[in-house]
Design a protein around this ligand. Structure first.
Ligand code: R5P
Length: 320
């Protein structure tokens, strides 16, 4: 996309030129960045990202970005802090190259689950990350399937929040059984509700109680709603250990669900999540490629849908 523009130079002169948009990507999900660039019909700029022996990161953009609108794509997935730092340094490098606008594109927004103070003495980590993003000079943010939309309020810059769930819609519509959408915990209610309303499906709720002193530990779960003889579709934002979905699947099958399908926008699998999910009562696990899944973590019940077109359409609206 090339647009004519007047660029204000450092000496306050205005120069007529052509504004181009360009995408840069960190290392966290290069294949998705390439796909997005293809969908958005934008070039993927060259960057050099190296790690020193002490693990410090150094980035250098190898293109002229002066006067351009620059999109920087990075999934803040595991290793979260490494990927976050790369992304912040890329933003700074582009800003120093006098880009017209620097737009952050986060297919997965790490730290988003730390959106409130669960216990006294904790940091408000999602807020810290928002302030870091703004501090390097990002002008806008495109982010996908946040754990909680409330964190949009942590940003002063404009944020486009894209839902990843639309990519599963056609597949859900193919199911011949009676379908019920399940929210795996009260926090995920709004997301599952939207999904169910959009597809005109009924909704049931699982009440999940976590142990706040032990990460990834669930204390109890209970189903509220009718699931007997239905295909239950559990809708979540992210899978990490798989514990939430596997426990939910056991419970739903116990309550008479005929099939249980897990649908989550992000898959940041850790430990033996792949094996736990494959060996569970889940009949299928559907995720997007917002986070790269290494081949050795893929399993037969897993189906990965591309989110590139969804993100690219958000980008295209900005370069129109
Ligand atoms: C929690 O509130 C989130 O929405 C996910 O349900 C959770 O983070 C999934 O984690 P895990 O796969 O470890 O249960």
């Amino acid at each position: 996309m090339v647009v004519a523009y007047f660029n204000k130079k450092k000496d306050n002169r205005y120069v007529f030129g052509f504004m181009q948009s360009v995408i840069f990507s960190g290392n966290s999900n290069l294949s998705l960045a390439k796909e997005i660039a293809g969908e958005a019909k934008l070039p993927l700029g060259k960057v050099e990202i190296i790690r020193f022996a002490d693990s410090e990161c150094r980035v250098r953009i190898e293109e002229d970005v002066e006067g351009k609108d620059v999109f920087i794509i990075q999934s803040l997935s595991n290793p979260v802090d490494e990927n976050l730092m790369e992304f912040l340094l890329l933003g700074d490098a582009v800003k120093r190259g006098e880009a017209r606008k620097v737009i952050a594109v986060l297919p997965y927004h790490g730290y988003a689950r730390q959106d409130r103070l669960h216990r006294t003495g904790e940091s408000l980590s999602a807020h810290v990350v928002a302030k870091l993003i703004e501090s390097v000079g990002y002008d806008k943010l495109v982010t996908v399937e946040l754990h909680n939309e409330a964190i949009l309020g942590f940003f002063e810059i404009p944020v486009t929040h894209v839902s990843g769930l639309s990519v599963f819609q056609t597949e859900v519509e193919k199911i011949k059984d009676e379908v019920v959408v399940i929210t795996p915990d009260a926090g995920a209610l709004k997301r599952a509700q939207k999904f169910a309303e959009h597809l005109d499906l009924p909704l049931a709720l699982i009440e999940k109680k976590r142990d706040l002193d032990r990460p990834h530990t669930i204390l109890s779960m209970r189903v509220v709603g009718e699931v007997k003889d239905k295909t239950a579709i559990i809708v979540d934002d992210v899978i990490v250990t798989g514990g939430t979905l596997v426990n939910a699947a056991y419970l739903l099958k116990e309550k008479g669900a005929r099939k249980v399908i897990a649908v989550a926008t992000h898959a940041d699998f850790v430990g033996g999540a792949d094996k736990i999910l494959q060996d569970s009562p889940l009949d299928a696990v559907w995720v997007t490629d917002s986070i790269i899944i290494p081949p050795d973590r893929k399993f037969p019940k897993l189906k990965v849908f591309s989110i590139a077109a969804t993100i690219a359409s958000g980008i295209k609206k900005m370069i129109k």
